[in-house]
Write a protein that binds this ligand. Structure first.
Ligand SMILES: Cc1cc2nc3c(=O)[nH]c(=O)nc-3n(C[C@H](O)[C@H](O)[C@H](O)COP(=O)(O)OP(=O)(O)OC[C@H]3O[C@@H](n4cnc5c(N)ncnc54)[C@H](O)[C@@H]3O)c2cc1C
Length: 415
């Protein structure tokens, strides 16, 4: 295909834009990425400060993601995996549950488990075996209800919903009411039951960096914000470009006319503290179940990867879903001290990240879409997690579909 350099412009150098560029290069196309910030990664970034690694919000890669397996070299990322399970902090103390999604029976190994009852145990086993057998496309084609309604319809007790599902999935969805689609629930459940949660040893930004390193014929313009897309691409500095094809790899409403619905997002407040003592002894996430607690989950990142903190120090990440008040560090330290049994002086506040547009809130979640569906009009194509579901897997898959559509359109074979 004869396409000159930069005749395809991708707006946004997040996971979707980078994957799109990889797939365009695979088809002999050399795109230009316009990125508003100073580097690639989008929502997946890591700041390096005084020997600490601060990811922009606590997030993990699920190793079972089919798209991640295709585009990432896990070994080179030096992935550090979490043990399956969690430490639950319920106000009365802490207890560990091992492998609840891969091996649901293990949650209930104690005769009188504080997590749930015998009926819950059987239902967990049934659900795990059902989602494991079903293909992802099938999970996403089922009717949608909220995760909370799904769990209740399935017959789970209020005890296991409060003690396990709410803190665990609330931390993933970044909302405590489990209002997120049941399709996302089954997807995440399946991914956890087939693989591990992991972070690259040197921070989440290693993921987009590894995608970027695969690009040999893509040009980048950083600190370059697009203002308007119509029959040309107008930059904030007034410059305008006239590429043959444009991929908008971010939500398009801010830069294109004709979108009536304003997108909504889940937000999160992520705080970092240093600590001289190991807050969680095993590589497990800490889930906080109390309705009145600020903390949804926390993690001793140094237990997962020692590169996250300078020697002799530990890095504690805390996620607060309800972020009405972002000046909460003192109250969070107080809570951490109560939960861990440490003194409040054991924790020192380091940094906080308030992320108002963390996850897009969507209905009718999809796993995949046809290349024809990402075409907005003749020369404009869409990519981004918001088109499918809020995950790294979806961002990658949407990028691939956009590249396929652009390539077909350039060769005249699309529609
Ligand atoms: C706190 C948090 C926790 C998460 N947890 C997980 C998790 O555990 N597992 C998981 O799979 N996913 C998780 N996610 C979701 C995952 O990070 C996203 O699905 C994914 O990064 C989205 O990638 P994207 O390329 O679609 O969008 P983005 O990352 O938003 O990329 C869009 C890019 O476009 C750029 N841009 C925007 N407007 C313009 C403009 N006008 N001009 C030029 N450039 C522009 C932006 O700067 C950005 O770089 C989490 C996200 C957050 C924030």
């Amino acid at each position: 295909m004869e396409v000159s350099k930069n005749e395809v412009v991708i707006i946004g150098g997040g996971i979707a834009g980078l994957t799109c560029a990889i797939e365009l290069e695979n088809r002999g196309i050399r795109p230009l990425i316009l990125e508003a910030t100073d580097r690639v990664g989008g929502r997946v970034k890591t700041d390096h400060k005084e020997g600490y690694l601060f990811d922009h919000g606590f997030q993990v890669l699920l190793t079972a993601y089919p798209e991640a397996q295709q585009y990432l070299n896990y070994e080179k990322l030096g992935l550090k995996t979490f043990d399956p399970g969690a430490v639950i902090y319920d106000g009365n103390g802490q207890y560990e549950i091992s492998d609840p999604l891969r091996n649901p029976a293990s949650v209930f190994s104690m005769a009188f488990s504080p997590v749930g009852g015998v009926g819950d145990k059987l239902k967990m086993a049934k659900l795990a075996s059902a989602v494991k057998k079903q293909r992802l496309e099938v999970l996403f084609s089922k009717g949608e209800v909220t995760t909370l309604a799904y769990l209740r319809n399935y017959g789970f007790s209020e005890r296991i919903i409060s003690n396990f599902f709410k803190p665990f999935f609330g931390g993933i969805y970044l909302e405590n009411e489990l209002g997120t689609s049941s399709r996302m629930f089954e997807f995440v459940f399946k991914m956890f039951s087939e693989g591990s949660a992991a972070i690259p040893a040197k921070g989440m930004e290693e993921i987009p960096k590894q995608l970027q390193s695969q690009l040999k014929h893509t040009d980048f313009r950083f600190n370059t914000r697009v203002k308007q897309v119509s029959n040309e691409v107008v930059l904030e500095n007034g410059e305008s470009l006239k590429p043959k094809k444009v991929v908008i790899a971010t939500q398009p409403e801010a830069i294109m006319d004709g979108f009536d619905d304003k997108p909504t997002y889940q937000s999160v407040l992520n705080l970092y503290f240093s600590c001289n003592r190991q807050a969680i002894k095993k590589p497990l996430i800490g889930l906080v179940t109390g309705a009145n607690e600020l903390i949804n989950n926390f993690c001793d990142l140094t237990t997962i990867s020692s590169d996250y903190s300078p020697s002799g120090k530990r890095l504690i990440s805390v996620s607060v879903n309800d972020d009405q008040n972002i000046e909460v560090q003192d109250a969070v330290i107080q809570e951490l001290a109560e939960l861990t049994g440490f003194g409040s002086t054991d924790f020192e506040f380091l940094a906080s990240y308030h992320i108002p547009k963390a996850l897009p809130v969507n209905h009718d979640l999809k796993y995949d879409m046809a290349a024809t569906e990402v075409k907005l009009h003749d020369d404009i194509f869409l990519a981004g997690d918001y088109l499918l579901n809020a995950s790294l897997n979806a961002a990658m898959l949407s990028g691939r579909r956009a590249a396929e559509a652009v390539s077909s359109s350039l060769s005249g074979s699309l529609f």
